[in-house]
Design a protein around this ligand. Structure first.
Ligand SMILES: *[C@@H]1O[C@H](CO)[C@@H](O)[C@H](O)[C@H]1NC(C)=O
Ligand SMILES: *[C@@H]1O[C@H](CO)[C@@H](O)[C@H](O)[C@H]1NC(C)=O
Ligand SMILES: *[C@@H]1O[C@H](CO)[C@@H](O)[C@H](O)[C@H]1NC(C)=O
Ligand SMILES: *[C@@H]1O[C@H](CO)[C@@H](O)[C@H](O)[C@H]1NC(C)=O
Ligand SMILES: *[C@@H]1O[C@H](CO)[C@@H](O)[C@H](O)[C@H]1NC(C)=O
Length: 487
């Protein structure tokens, strides 16, 4: 009662909000319930690379009508988080973020963009590390740090994309992670985790993981150590299995991680349509103790063919067969159980950084990081100039979707709307029960029918070795494809 009147006195609107999450050892944890949070995420970049256009004052979280459409569809699907790659810190994101918050979804945000001067470059990386670049990353932090559903920031995405880029890039990515963490420590009311999103180039994956998650001088509060490690992996293709996809090798390699590990992209699209049987493995006992879930690549159909929804510039959209296949796989999971797992009792301590950790010839094994470029210390100490307005949740009056959305079979989805969830309620399948058609129309029906075993424990030992090699090469190709697509 007291609280209520105090809020009213301040003129504040009581908007239902998600509980900010924290990192505890290997897990994302909800401090209120004490439960782990497993990411059931979606890569969200409507409009592809053109969806972020500084000249047109547009990014994926700036048009509330588009966000309402997409939040409703993602809610039906059952996802609880979105990853957004390219953001303009100077736009107003309050309405879109409020919509996704009400729909029960967290946000994992890249601080970089494909525009010149807005990301570290793989080639001659030292030329891309300067104060106005850092200013942009800090501006994204400023724009999003006050939203309760901001889950994490990615300090880099696939900057290491082949062996040749491992000579100098690692120390710069680690430096940017350090700078972001220092900025957040000085200027954010809460700790928001920061980490790197790696391409699944298996040859250099373990060195990358070790480089970014070790601790300088064994200091557990080392500001340059990643708070998480994320992987864009496309090694599970079609009707694969835990071993055939080499996901078992990932679990083995990440088992002793000191920080949360998850897929920041997954969803190989060859063969197509996709059947998404990896869902059963990622969220099953095979993996959930090592992987904090993952993010499906991707929501909108783009030329690279990873989409679940075919949208038009004007707004109307059509679901594609992969949408239904993914929905059907999520529907098989026990979300209650999945989201009430307890954090693991003991977490391995971070390993001390040392050249011994690096195994690949040519991979940087020097842990002396680049010093701050001129002008950057002032930004961290005093805050950046012309800070974006602090983000805040706002009241949304109408939850109806304005655009027409069709099923894959052509029928119009009736009464499409976001269903605002209660305070602290995270989205799960079933929270929005709009009337979609049963399946995916003629082209995709085989997809949903072929996926009955959920992928869990379907081990084919005989083919594991041979596929492991092919999978690695494929993963490299797919990773790069995804990188190009993301930009
Ligand atoms: C820093 O970022 C802010 C917010 O985007 C912008 O207004 C300002 O001009 C930037 N300053 C520099 C020096 O780049
Ligand atoms: C997406 O929709 C457009 C029309 O808006 C159509 O031309 C195109 O073939 C569709 N793409 C797919 C993959 O269904
Ligand atoms: C390690 O990197 C730092 C900073 O770039 C450099 O000053 C130092 O000479 C390097 N050390 C070795 C052993 O290469
Ligand atoms: C910000 O952090 C730096 C260390 O990176 C520290 O020296 C400085 O005093 C801090 N400033 C504020 C305002 O907290
Ligand atoms: C759902 O849609 C189908 C056909 O598209 C229709 O037959 C059915 O009555 C609808 N159900 C509801 C509850 O609207």
């Amino acid at each position: 009662m007291l609280m209520q009147s105090a809020l009213l006195a301040l003129g504040a609107t009581a908007v239902a909000a998600l509980q900010p999450l924290e990192v505890k050892g290997q897990d994302f944890v909800n401090p209120k319930t004490g439960n782990r949070f497993q990411i059931v995420g979606m890569a969200y970049q409507p409009g592809g690379s053109a969806g972020y256009d500084p000249k047109k004052k547009r990014d994926p979280l700036s048009d509330p009508d588009v966000c309402m459409r997409d939040a409703a569809l993602l809610q039906i699907l059952g996802v609880n988080a979105i990853r957004v790659y390219n953001l303009n810190p100077d736009l107003n994101h309050d309405e879109c973020v409020s919509i996704f918050n009400a729909a029960g979804m967290y946000m994992l945000l890249d601080v970089n963009s494909p525009m010149p001067g807005e990301a570290l470059t793989s080639f001659e990386v030292y030329k891309s590390y300067y104060a106005s670049y850092l200013n942009r990353t800090f501006a994204v932090v400023e724009a999003f740090k006050d939203y309760p559903n901001t889950l994490a920031f990615f300090s880099g995405n696939e900057v290491i994309d082949k062996e040749e880029t491992t000579e100098f890039v690692p120390s710069y990515v680690r430096a940017v992670t350090r700078d972001l963490k220092n900025y957040i420590k000085n200027w954010s009311d809460r700790k928001i985790p920061v980490g790197y999103s790696a391409a699944d180039v298996r040859e250099v994956l373990w060195d990358s993981f070790n480089y970014f998650t070790c601790s300088l001088q064994g200091d557990k509060d080392d500001m340059s150590m990643g708070d998480l490690f994320a992987l864009n992996s496309y090694s599970w293709c079609g009707d694969s299995s835990f071993t055939e996809s080499s996901f078992d090798k990932l679990v083995e390699g990440f088992e002793n991680t000191p920080v949360p590990v998850f897929f920041s992209e997954f969803g190989c699209n060859t063969p197509s349509p996709r059947i998404f049987t990896e869902i059963g493995s990622i969220y099953g006992a095979d993996m959930y103790d090592v992987f904090a879930g993952g993010i499906v690549y991707e929501y909108t159909q783009e030329p690279n063919n990873y989409g679940l929804v075919n949208m038009t510039e004007e707004g109307p959209a059509t679901l594609m067969s992969d949408f239904y296949s993914l929905r059907d796989q999520y529907a098989k999971l026990d979300f209650k159980k999945l989201q009430s797992l307890k954090p693991k009792g003991s977490t391995p301590k971070p390993v001390s950084c040392s050249p011994k950790l690096i195994t690949v010839d040519g991979f940087q094994n020097n842990f002396t990081l680049p010093v701050l470029p001129p002008g950057a210390k002032e930004m961290i100490d005093n805050g950046i100039e012309n800070k974006p307005k602090p983000g805040k949740l706002v009241e949304i009056k109408d939850w109806k979707v304005k655009y027409e959305v069709r099923n894959a079979d052509g029928t119009v989805i009736k009464d499409l709307a976001v269903k605002p969830l209660a305070d602290d309620e995270v989205n799960a399948p079933g929270s929005n029960t709009a009337n979609l058609s049963a399946g995916s129309g003629s082209s995709g029906s085989s997809g949903s029918q072929g996926s009955t075993n959920g992928g869990d424990g379907d081990d084919k030992e005989n083919s594991a070795a041979g596929h492991g090699v092919g999978g690695g090469v494929l993963a490299l190709v797919m990773g790069v494809a995804a990188l190009v697509a993301a930009f």
